[in-house]
Design a protein around this ligand. Structure first.
Ligand SMILES: *[C@@H]1O[C@H](CO)[C@@H](O)[C@H](O)[C@H]1NC(C)=O
Ligand SMILES: *[C@@H]1O[C@H](CO)[C@@H](O)[C@H](O)[C@H]1NC(C)=O
Ligand SMILES: *[C@@H]1O[C@H](CO)[C@@H](O)[C@H](O)[C@H]1NC(C)=O
Length: 461
């Protein structure tokens, strides 16, 4: 080559240049595509927009999570996503619940519109399991158990939006039925999806307590995924629009702070001119009781919301968020929102009535379950670490670049062991998975955890 004349060098240089450009393009394929999309200012891509929406709870006192998911569906539907591309997990025990003052209707804010109509009932009741969710994400119909059979049939040109809302804790989030979703299992599914080219890019929004722990130290920056969470890895997320005076129509919180923040923002704006990053900043500002976090591939946050959520041709409004909703609505930590409901049941019942006694009994049982969890975990930790070191095991948090636990099988084993001897971790007791993660990180082995659990709970579960 060195001896080639100038003229014969030209094709070679062109080839080299082309090769270099192709390498550059393929390396930054994702962000490049996004930029193209933006400069065109168009909503749709060549591919299809898919969404998976998951409410992880059941029970009227958890009304808000299913309300959030219904609302999310309405946003996507209004902006042009097709029902065949929106997959919904909700237990579906709210609309017709005997406690619901407006049967057949679910709202997501006081005096808000019905968000229940039209919501596809893909996975409801006993079908709302982690296993079915993984099958849906992987597009694996044979792995499904029940349900509509709808799965992510997406390909390499498609965009996927995944929204989850419910209770969670260090390293996991709940499903209404069966096993928890552990962060490492979700991450493995996302990696398998990437391998199977099930998306060009994906956006994940997660609301739960310690939701940052689902992605912290786990979601690589070079995958085609951008995510935000309601809270960092060590704090609560918040129920919102909770009943704040005795005359309130609904005895339960109607939404969650981070969730209503992104959805009311999406409701109010043209999704074709607002970027994911704009929305993150707006949501972060409004969600002032926890730290809204970002994870994954930040370049993707420059894309317009319409890339994932569609775009309604008629939408032009631009209402400042502050004007949208009552300014001082009651917010309650996720894990205490159930007590509001149970307390209101007691207050509402006529004094001395059978209902009053029953409501009081339910509230007492809830409180007793909380004390049992507090006591059990404290005894386990004291048994293993001694009184003086126990506090740090209960409260230690890892730096923001690290996953909350190194040995995920250990965390799963400890949760299972605890539940075997001390009873199911309730939504309240789930907060103690942080202690379990810290015990794993401190090198406690299974035998010692079993012994400590028996010692703390044997015969008391
Ligand atoms: C789908 O799930 C079934 C049942 O769990 C499993 O045997 C199969 O290998 C899965 N298929 C793919 C492509 O992962
Ligand atoms: C959060 O924002 C709300 C609404 O703007 C405000 O009423 C409340 O005082 C704020 N709370 C905190 C802790 O800053
Ligand atoms: C834990 O959460 C608090 C806020 O609740 C935050 O200030 C702190 O930086 C967090 N620590 C870590 C290590 O994430």
């Amino acid at each position: 080559m060195m001896s080639s004349s100038y003229v014969s060098l030209v094709p070679f240089l062109l080839l080299l240049l082309t090769a270099l450009m192709m390498a550059a393009v393929s390396e930054s394929r994702r962000s490049f595509q996004e930029i193209l999309l933006q400069s065109g200012g168009v909503a749709a891509t060549d591919g299809t927009q898919w969404a998976v929406l998951v409410a992880g709870s059941s029970g009227y006192y958890n009304y808000r999570h299913q309300a959030d998911v219904c609302h999310a569906y309405q946003i996507l539907k209004e902006n042009g996503l097709k029902d065949e591309n929106i997959i919904v997990f909700m237990y579906d025990d709210i609309a017709e619940n005997e406690e619901n003052p407006t049967k057949g209707i679910i709202i997501n804010k006081p005096n808000g519109p019905d968000v229940y109509h039209g919501v596809p009932k893909d996975y409801t009741g006993d079908e709302t399991t982690a296993a079915n969710l993984y099958a849906v994400l992987l597009g694996n119909k044979t792995a499904l158990s029940g349900g509509s059979g709808k799965v992510l049939n997406s390909g390499p040109n498609d965009h996927v939006f995944f929204y989850y809302t419910d209770h969670g804790s260090t390293g996991l989030v709940c499903m209404p039925v069966g096993d928890y979703i552990y962060a490492n299992d979700l991450m493995n599914v996302l990696k398998q999806m990437e391998k199977a080219k099930k998306y060009m890019n994906m956006v994940i929004y997660i609301e739960s307590c310690e939701s940052g722990s689902m992605l912290q130290g786990l979601l690589p920056k070079d995958m085609g995924i951008y995510a935000t969470t309601a809270s960092n890895a060590n704090e609560s997320s918040w129920g919102y629009y909770c009943p704040d005076d005795p005359s309130a129509k609904y005895d339960t919180c109607l939404g969650d702070l981070y969730s209503i923040a992104w959805m009311e923002d999406s409701d109010a704006h043209n999704l074709g001119t607002e970027t994911l990053r704009d929305q993150y900043l707006t949501v972060k500002k409004r969600t002032n009781l926890s730290h809204v976090m970002q994870y994954g591939n930040m370049a993707l946050s420059e894309a317009f919301l319409s890339t994932y959520m569609g775009q309604s041709p008629k939408k032009v409004s631009s209402v400042p968020l502050d004007e949208l909703s009552p300014s001082n609505s009651l917010a309650v930590p996720q894990r205490d929102a159930d007590l509001i409901f149970f307390q209101r049941q007691v207050q509402k019942a006529p004094k001395g009535s059978v209902e009053s006694a029953e409501a009081q009994k339910t509230l007492d049982e809830q409180m007793a379950r909380r004390s049992h969890a507090d006591r059990s975990i404290n005894q386990i930790v004291n048994h293993l670490f001694g009184d003086s070191n126990a506090a740090s095991i209960l409260t230690a948090v890892r730096p923001e670049e690290q996953p909350v636990v190194d040995d995920w099988d250990c965390l799963k084993t400890f949760v299972r062991t605890y539940e075997q001897y001390c009873g199911r971790l309730s939504e309240y007791g789930m907060q103690y998975t942080r202690a379990m993660a810290n015990m794993c990180n401190a090198g406690v082995d299974k035998d010692r955890m079993v012994a400590a659990s028996i010692q703390a709970c044997s015969g008391k579960a």
